[in-house]
Design a protein around this ligand. Structure first.
Ligand SMILES: Nc1ncnc2c1ncn2[C@@H]1O[C@H](COP(=O)(O)OP(=O)(O)OP(=O)(O)O)[C@@H](O)[C@H]1O
Ligand SMILES: [Mg+2]
Length: 479
């Protein structure tokens, strides 16, 4: 059997015969990894159905061997049979919401997140809940059956019919899926699965892609909903190739602050639902608990204090409600100190200059400190109005009415500019329990805004916005 080397890009999966420092396909550096291929590897083709599955598919559903041999023909869209989309409840309302109403049979869902954030916990709890009504297989490729059992006990697992398989070999996992034909299967994690027919190590692009594709084929064929756990690389993207994200129907990310107990579940991609839904959980010693009213979690019970303002930032398609704090105090330096955590200092300088010029506030005689809560980095200009309000509120020792969010970009002329994705931001704020939003005039809200339960206060300039937000005119009694 001939052996040769192939270099596979770990970022995009491109293959070359020669080593390059930079992948010619995607341009990433040092991403090519050598892989030894045997002659049989390149010509290998996995049998599409095993004998067991072909026998099992004899009744009802379209015979697997039919699918195998029947020539594909197109047909008119009108003659395509319609099947109502049946969704399986995941046992958790927050998870169902993010999935767009529940798990779709035959779909592939990738759940990504940082190490230790609680992916296994979430899926094991959900598996346990689903196993009360459906057949569920939990494949643990990272932990032994004993470890999973211990966690299951800790999470309060009791009488369900959950099936457990601790296995890393793809072939065995596929066989088990074919013989059990579960309604739902959980693979924890896709990076730990290993296809013995490929020479590369588990977790490499080729392995992840091949394992996911084999699982996808079987899931579609027997209508098993598959939940795959995926690791996040140190750059914060889902590990494995980008092709994995294209292959699956939905990509969920599980995020959280290392110093806080709350966890956020979001859909980055969803073929069966919207992507702006947010699921909120809290990690307790007995596992994850749904937070049905997250505003309590984010707003806390603390009395609002002077110099605090809340903004809604967007990261890609995600909206985040974030608290800003400003401290303005008389300077004892020749040039006042300006320190910003989580927001660019240049941005802060610019906002202070606008406030000084257009509101006549003598801020150049004051030190100004600004911090974004939770260590988040907010780069977008939509945070400008929030920064300006926090600064003015601290300067005047004013407290904003509770439940107010501020969204808007500040022009150098003191005008408030519209921001993108305003509806998404307002939806998120409304969902988290906010009641009032100060937004730029003429933002042109679309039909989506109709259902948003928020009082909208529109302002054309930063001066107007501050009056609306604070209830008093901060420029009135000039110091
Ligand atoms: N005995 C315990 N008591 C309380 N909380 C625990 C206990 N064991 C684990 N946890 C919590 O569960 C978290 C780990 O959850 P889990 O193993 O589900 O994460 P994961 O995302 O699957 O991690 P990995 O990427 O390593 O697989 C821990 O960070 C901790 O907060
Ligand atoms: Mg895990």
């Amino acid at each position: 059997m001939g052996r040769s080397s192939l270099y596979v890009c770990q970022t995009c999966g491109a293959q070359t015969r020669q080593f390059f420092g930079r992948c010619a396909a995607c341009g990433s550096w040092n991403s090519l990894v050598e892989q030894v291929v045997t002659a049989s590897d390149t010509r290998r083709r996995r049998p599409v159905v095993s004998a067991a599955a072909a026998a099992g598919a004899a009744g009802g559903a379209p015979g697997a061997s039919d699918l195998l041999h029947r020539a594909r023909r197109s047909e008119s869209i009108h003659t395509v049979g319609e099947r109502p989309l049946q969704r399986l409840g995941s046992g958790y309302g927050e998870l169902d919401r993010v999935l767009g109403g529940g798990l779709v049979p035959g779909s592939l869902v990738l759940v990504g997140g940082d190490p230790g954030i609680g992916k296994s916990t979430l899926l094991l709890q959900s598996a346990e809940a689903m196993a009360a009504r459906h057949s569920v297989l939990y494949v643990s490729a990272e932990e032994s059956a004993q470890q999973v059992k211990l966690r299951w006990r800790r999470l309060g697992g009791a009488g369900s019919q959950l099936q457990l398989l601790a296995e890393t070999d793809l072939e065995i996992v596929l066989q088990e899926l074919e013989s059990l034909r579960p309604a739902v299967a959980i693979i924890d994690s896709i990076q730990a699965l290993h296809d013995g027919e490929l020479a590369s190590a588990p977790g490499s692009v080729a392995q992840v892609r091949e394992c996911a594709a084999a699982l996808a084929r079987i899931a579609k064929r027997q209508d098993t909903a598959l939940l795959l756990v995926g690791h996040v690389t140190k750059e914060g993207t889902l590990a494995g190739p980008k092709v994995l994200e294209h292959l699956v129907d939905a990509v969920l990310t599980f995020e959280g602050d290392r110093f806080a107990s709350h966890r956020l579940l979001r859909a980055v991609k969803n073929r069966f639902g919207a992507t702006h839904e947010l699921g909120v959980f809290e990690m307790r010693d007995r596992g994850l608990v749904e937070v049905t009213n997250p505003s309590e979690l984010f707003l806390g019970s603390d009395e609002p204090s002077a110099g605090t303002a809340t903004i809604v930032a967007c990261e890609g398609t995600r909206a985040l409600v974030v608290e800003l704090q400003a401290l303005v105090s008389t300077t004892s330096y020749a040039s006042p100190r300006r320190t910003a955590t989580g927001i660019g200092t240049n941005r802060l300088h610019q906002i202070l200059a606008v406030l000084e010029k257009h509101l006549g506030l003598p801020l150049s005689r004051f030190d100004c400190y600004l911090a974004v809560a939770g260590g988040l980095e907010v780069e977008e200009p939509a945070a400008d109005l929030g920064v300006a309000t926090a600064v003015v509120a601290s300067y005047r020792d004013l407290t904003l009415p509770p439940g107010t969010v501020l969204v808007g970009e500040l022009g150098l002329g003191g005008q408030l500019r519209p921001v993108g994705q305003l509806e998404l931001r307002l939806q998120e704020a409304a969902r988290l329990g906010f009641r009032r939003a100060v937004v730029p005039k003429g933002s042109g809200l679309g039909p989506m805004a109709a259902g948003i339960d928020l009082q909208l206060l529109e302002a054309g300039t930063v001066a107007e916005a501050l009056v609306l937000a604070l209830g008093v005119n901060p420029a009135d009694d000039r110091a």
